[in-house]
Design a protein. Structure first.
Length: 1072
């Protein structure tokens, strides 16, 4: 028998003392042979998997698959291979007797169940019962934007982000709301709570490269646990943490060139003059531009003369209607392209017991202005340490520091700068013949008129201890601190203009600072402290009933203080400090300090039966220092539930087609403490230093304002929300989606009380007397797939809509210029029209049909090219009645400026290392009434008017004497100034704008180098990409001097905001 074993296995034997048998391997068997194995790894559809890990079991010998899913590896002849890939079930395959392997990996359904960050923890997406959306860092990677807010626009349904009043200004932060306007209460805000790793923070000061994921808690069921700060949703940003393993170094850069979008254009100087002379004739005024100036203008444009102005009789350079240059001012003000850059580096690694993550970011944003020193630099530093000193203890420390330095000409900070841009006259040259900035250019103010700086530092520190005394029971002790410090400096310097005789005089300024030098300093500091103490426990009964319990306490304290001072009369403009000023009259100082605090007890119970039936009950008992003791504490419950229909046994036959089907519903009651004042129950007196309007001992005295009456019953706004949701996944979850229908009631909103008689001498106190309801829906649908040739592709559509209606408001007369019961937010009241009269006879006929006053209530001197308003109430005249419901004359609701059907559409593809993404964002329905000279050209008086190319499609009769010829089908009415200027500018259906739009927000093309290429360079990963931002827009706006994305607020709505930017960028990501 032993001899047979020897022959078959090569194992030798030796018999000692007829008792012991010693076995030993022969030399040939000890030298086990190696074999080279070739193979391909595919998914269940037979498509190659790129980057799958192939490892010889029990060794460190391994490789990864290439772009065709193929691999080659030399292993021992009896080896076992372990094949793994993210999202797939790991497989083990024996190579014995095989040289070629074809391996098919199956999807791991458990790993595909996304883990979502929620309040005080995480949950699997399949277990969510409330409305929670997630944004992966990959969705915003490579975007050429200044901050995360801009990158999130259009990415998540219901998350509404707009450019705000100043549009694309370098230091402007977007405004954010979730599911529409939450409150119209006096001093209240609909802004969501922003949490950065659990601490309230500034979304625009985060390093985008540090972001791991973002969760948006949209309904009360998901946000209720945060209480009074989360009435209108929560944006939770989780930043990256260290991972165990060897040190990993990551570097990324983004270099971009930006140019303004949608800049208007002036007509040439000769056309400008002809336009305003025609406007003067229309308005019964004398010509603005003489024949002499018109001829000189033509000669200058034809190159016959090379000077655009000359001295007048007073020895001052002629300007405006007396000069004859030809300047395109928007080309003067704005650069063609601006360079900006961003650099980021991070290091992470660690062991089983200690892990760390450190990152630094530098961002330098350039100005689009040709003149003046403007720029923004942002620095961020992030450090995280996660330690497990004992099996039952975890320690986590997190530090973030952000610094923003913004500088600009002081003149640019005044809205008059953008306001005045379109009011420049092309007849004015940039420089006078003696080489000095023309007074009308605004450029002297920009370059020599003073400097503005805005420096902001934010420091976060977070420390948490997690104890686990027994399995499944955890105790969390968290302390968070945030310190904000902002310093703002502005100085104004005297600007002088030179006369013909060489003397100088003080130049007037549009900001009212002509002839004055001044310094303003302001400093603001906020200290915020947050403590969380809570405990979690989870257990199961009979393996079918799963419970998660949470109970805790949270406390916040916020301390704020500020000081500011301003004084005229700089001794030396080279040293712009307060100590270097001398004025005793133009001097003022102010300071402020306040504190507020909240405290809350909270708890939740999560119940899960076999993953089918889910229930979550939350409760918060909240207190706020902002209210009197008997109004201070409130109870806020919530409940949410879900039914995973796809997990039912009767659905098993359909699982191949319908993998996910879940119904959700939630109810929650929350409070909003952010009402009209920090101390609304104290009658406070406003104090001012040196701001009296009279002199006392040659100085302006300090003043105090009498307090307004207060209501002792002022309390929380109460927000009640409801949500019904559906989650679905079809065809192996290649098609997934979510739909939600929601409504939200905001009660106890703060509004003015009943009007007091004039003899009272004070205004009525604010009380909780207004109500509003918001209804809407959200949809998110995604498709992803991979073709047999290895091309992966996907598409995602998100869309949402919301509309708010006033349920009650203190407006006894139902004045339509105020909120009233039944009013929908954004309603536009105006007149309907019969179009423009093409002839004077048509206008006379229209007026004759209105025997009781015609259109006299709206204007005078009606003629061809003016609007014919409709007599809706049939009383023989056009007017607005008394302006109250039931008596609105000929006015009606003609539109609504609330953005409707906001959407985002993403299309993406990947193929052999290349990746492509295109992202569209927009609004499908919005009405907007636009005002100002950008819309009308001639607007009010001559100095409030302009003539842009966008204003030239205006009505001119068939028998016109206009230099531009007839245009009976022109879009705009005949331009007018003076008494008739508002004839055609009453809010009306004729010029109500369709502000819907679709903008190509981002296009990105990238290439990730194969690991086998870059491993020789010592790199783990390398990706290069090119990206374009705000590439083009399609809009329903007929007024071309406006950007449909920048229409909110006074400056934006009248076309006086900074333009958005088109950006082209190149990026590189490298990991060592």
């Amino acid at each position: 028998m032993l001899e047979q074993i020897k022959q078959q296995t090569g194992i030798s034997y030796l018999i000692k003392d007829n008792k012991q048998i010693v076995l030993s391997a022969s030399e040939s068997s000890q030298q086990q042979r190696n074999v080279t194995v070739h193979g391909t790894v595919t998914d269940t559809q037979g498509l190659p998997i790129i980057g799958a890990n192939i490892l010889e079991k029990g060794t460190t010998n391994g490789t990864i698959t290439d772009i065709d899913g193929k691999f080659t590896l030399t292993v021992s002849e009896n080896a076992m291979l372990q094949i793994s890939y993210i999202g797939c079930v790991e497989q083990s395959v024996s190579v014995k007797g095989k040289n070629v392997l074809n391996i098919k990996l199956k999807e791991d359904s458990k790993s595909l169940d996304e883990v979502v960050v929620v309040a005080f923890g995480t949950q699997k997406k399949s277990s969510l019962t409330a409305a929670v959306a997630t944004v992966d860092s990959k969705e915003i990677a490579g975007r050429s934007v200044a901050n995360i807010s801009q990158a999130l626009q259009g990415v998540s349904p219901g998350l509404n982000i707009t450019a705000a009043n100043m549009g694309g200004a370098l230091n402007n932060n977007p405004s954010i709301d979730i599911r529409g306007t939450g409150t119209i209460g006096e001093g209240s805000s609909s802004a969501p709570l922003v949490l950065i790793d659990g601490t309230p923070g500034d979304l625009n000061m985060i390093n985008m490269q540090d972001v791991e994921n973002i969760s948006v808690l949209k309904d009360g069921g998901s946000a209720a646990i945060y209480g009074s700060r989360a009435a209108f949703g929560v944006i939770m940003v989780t930043t990256k943490s260290g991972k165990k393993g060897k040190v990993s170094v990551n570097y990324s850069t983004n270099l971009r060139w930006e140019t303004p979008t949608n800049l208007p254009s002036f007509v040439n100087s000769y056309d400008f003059a002809q336009y305003f002379n025609e406007v003067a004739r229309n308005s019964g005024l004398g010509a603005f531009y003489t024949d002499d100036v018109l001829q000189k203008t033509k000669d200058f444009m034809d190159g016959k003369i090379d000077y655009a102005t000359e001295y007048d009789a007073n020895g001052v350079w002629k300007k405006n209607m007396q000069s004859w240059g030809n300047t395109e001012w928007f080309d003067v003000y704005y650069k063609d392209w601006t360079f900006s850059q961003e650099h980021n580096m991070s290091i992470n690694g660690g062991s089983e017991s200690v892990r760390y993550y450190i990152s630094a970011n530098y961002q330098n944003l350039g100005s689009d202005q040709n003149f003046g020193d403007e720029g923004l630099q942002r620095y961020t530093l992030n450090g995280k340490i996660n330690a497990d000193p004992f099996p039952w203890m975890k320690l986590n420390y997190n530090m973030k520091f952000s610094r923003k330095n913004y500088n600009a000409p002081t003149y640019q900070m005044n809205p008059v700068y953008y306001h005045s841009m379109p009011r420049r006259r092309p007849s004015n040259p940039v420089y006078t013949p003696d080489g000095i900035f023309n007074k009308e250019s605004q450029l002297n103010e920009m370059v020599n008129g003073g400097d503005h700086t805005d420096d902001l530092d934010i420091l976060y520190q977070q420390l948490s201890v997690v104890l686990e005394p027994i399995k499944r029971w955890q105790i969390f002790l968290e302390g968070n601190m945030r310190v904000d410090r902002q310093d703002i400096h502005s100085d104004w310097k005297v600007i002088k203009e030179r006369k013909e005789d060489g003397s100088y005089f003080n130049m007037d300024r549009d900001d009212g600072m002509g002839g004055r030098s001044r310094v303003e300093e302001a400093s603001y500091k906020t200290n915020y402290y947050n403590t969380n103490i809570y405990t979690k426990y989870n257990f199961s009964l009979n393996e079918d009933h799963h419970f998660d319990l949470l109970a805790g306490f949270q406390a916040e304290l916020n301390k704020y203080k500020s000081i500011s001072a301003a004084r005229d009369g700089l001794i030396s403009e080279d040293v712009p400090t307060l100590g270097n000023t001398t004025s005793n009259t133009q001097f003022n100082m102010d300071s402020n300090m306040n504190e507020w605090a909240t405290a809350g007890f909270f708890g939740s119970i999560n119940y899960d039966f076999k993953g089918r039936y889910l229930l979550e009950v939350k409760y918060r008992y909240d207190g706020s220092s902002r209210f009197l003791r008997n109004q201070r504490w409130k109870h806020y419950p919530s409940v949410s539930m879900a039914w995973n229909v796809a997990h039912e046994s009767f659905m098993q036959p359909f699982n191949d087609v319908l993998g996910t089907l879940k119904l959700r519903g939630s109810y929650a009651s929350l409070g909003n403490q952010n009402t009209n004042d920090i101390y609304p129950f104290f009658p406070s007196m406003g104090l001012g230093m040196g701001n009296g309007s009279w002199l006392l001992n040659s100085k302006r005295p300090n003043t105090a304002n009498p307090p307004a009456p207060i209501s002792p019953l002022l309390t929380w706004e109460k927000v009640t929300s409801y949500d019904l949701g559906l989650d679905f996944g079809l065809f192996g979850n290649r098609l997934v989606g979510t739909f939600d229908y929601f409504w939200r009631n905001t009660n106890n909103m703060v509004a003015p009380g009943e009007e007091l008689p004039n003899t009272a001498g004070v205004s009525s106190p604010y009380t909780n007397n207004a109500k509003m309801r918001t209804k809407g829906w959200e949809l998110s649908v995604s498709w992803r797939d991979k073709l047999s040739n290895g091309l992966g592709y996907g598409a995602t559509l998100v869309m949402s809509d919301a509309m708010s209606t006033i349920l009650s408001y203190p407006n006894e007369t139902n004045n339509i210029s105020k909120y009233y019961r039944g009013r929908k937010l954004g309603e536009i009241w105006g007149y309907e029209t019969n179009g423009l009269a093409k002839t004077d006879e048509e206008m006379k006929s229209h007026l004759a049909s209105l025997p009781n006053g015609g259109q006299n209530a709206l204007g005078t001197n009606w003629a061809a090219g003016d609007i014919m308003y409709k007599d809706l109430n049939g009383d023989g005249k056009i007017d607005g009645g008394q302006g109250v419901l039931g008596n609105t004359g000929d006015r009606k609701v003609i539109g609504n400026e609330t953005p409707r059907y906001n959407f985002g559409l993403t299309l993406n593809a990947e193929y052999k290392g290349f990746d492509f993404r295109i992202f569209f964002q927009g609004t499908l329905k919005r009405d907007k009434w636009l005002t100002g000279l950008n819309m009308w050209g001639a607007d009010g008086g001559y100095w409030q008017s302009t003539c842009l190319k966008e204003n030239m499609d205006y009505f001119r009769p068939a028998d016109t004497d206009s230099y531009f010829g007839p245009n009976v089908n022109g879009y705009l009415p005949r331009p007018l100034l003076g008494a008739s200027a508002n004839n055609n500018k009453q809010v009306n259906s004729q010029y109500l704008q369709d502000a819907s739009y679709m903008r190509c927000k981002n296009i990105q093309l990238g290439y990730t180098f194969p690991k086998q290429w870059i491993s020789n360079w010592g790199l783990q990963n390398m990706r290069m990409f090119v990206s374009a931002e705000n590439l083009f827009v399609i809009t329903g706006l007929k007024a071309g001097a406006y950007d449909p994305e920048v229409l909110d607020g006074y400056a934006a709505g009248s076309g006086k905001a900074a333009p958005l930017k088109t950006a082209i960028s190149f990026g590189l990501n490298v990991s060592l």
